[in-house]
Design a protein around this ligand. Structure first.
Ligand code: ADP
Length: 270
């Protein structure tokens, strides 16, 4: 399924002295089956943007469309169901006494039938790379990486067509990070899911996504295939996405894409 936003503006605390324009007239289309990364500094509007994708925030002005249908009115509920959002540190939301109950929570709330729930929970726990043995455990007995997977399973079990992940690897060690990104990448490939990855790590974005959206001060500063965006070093520097980081990233990218602009490799290495 696709997502489209047109003229999207969002103002926090509108009409107060603390008013803050978090999104300023954004236009963006994400096609069915795409894997898109959204990068930008803290405070650039990434989280505010993705919270519009399933109606958690309502535009101050502008519109959101899921698969071409406007996210409002009678159809809104059904459309919202198609979008699963995994927020930062999703394991903080685990609260049930067993992993099983935590994963099943959303299905129970939807009133699904017990057998169906059981099938889906077992399928999803395997999908996130865990064994069924874990289902009887308390979420609090698990490692950080396992908890994160369980929390993701709680969203995936609802079978969204679009998966949005806000800093899915935050706080994990390097191995945990790689594993989570591999998992997300596989979900995208094998389930043909539309995936939106929000991250401030350009490296992670470059490694996994197909297209990147760069946000700055509530606007989309750049948007395009990874290679073309990361080649525009001057623009990235202008909005303060650090040169040493880009240099490092380019080295890694060059291993994958030999024809990339060589001059970039000298930036930040003085
Ligand atoms: P990012 O996800 O890129 O870090 P956010 O979307 O969280 O950015 O924030 C965009 C802007 O909106 C920032 O200036 C932030 O301070 C402000 N903001 C975010 N959430 C709130 C809120 N609940 N109330 C007021 N301002 C907020």
């Amino acid at each position: 399924m696709s997502i489209k936003v047109t003229g999207l503006t969002y103002v926090y605390m509108k009409g107060t002295p603390f008013e803050k324009i978090a999104l300023d007239n954004i236009d963006l289309s994400i096609e069915t089956g795409e894997f898109v990364g959204i990068i930008g500094h803290t405070g650039s509007g990434k989280s505010t943007l993705v919270q519009h994708f399933n109606g958690l925030l309502k535009p101050t002005s502008g519109s959101v469309y899921i698969n071409g249908e406007k996210l409002e009115g009678k159809r809104a509920r059904e459309l919202k169901r198609q979008v699963g959002i995994v927020f930062q540190y999703p394991e903080h939301q685990l609260f049930e006494e067993t992993v099983y109950k935590d994963i099943a929570f959303g299905l129970i709330k939807r009133g699904e039938e017990e057998n169906e729930i059981d099938k889906k929970v077992r399928k999803t726990v395997r999908m996130v790379g865990l064994s069924e043995d874990i289902l009887d455990k308390s979420p609090f007995e698990l490692s950080g990486g396992q908890k994160r997977r369980v929390a993701m399973a709680g969203i995936l079990v609802l079978e969204p067509s679009i998966l949005v992940l806000d800093e899915p690897a935050a706080g994990l060690d390097p191995r945990g990070r790689d594993e989570i990104f591999e998992l997300i990448s596989n979900l995208h490939k094998s389930n043909k899911m539309t995936v939106v990855l929000v991250s401030h790590s350009m490296e992670d974005v470059a490694k996994y996504v197909e297209r990147v959206v760069v946000m700055n001060k509530g606007r989309i500063e750049m948007c395009g295939p990874v290679r073309s965006v990361f080649n525009k070093i001057d623009e990235l520097e202008r909005i303060g996405l650090a040169a040493p980081q880009i240099t490092y990233l380019m080295k890694r990218l060059k291993e994958k894409i030999p024809e990339i602009n060589d001059n970039i490799l000298t930036v930040g290495e003085a």
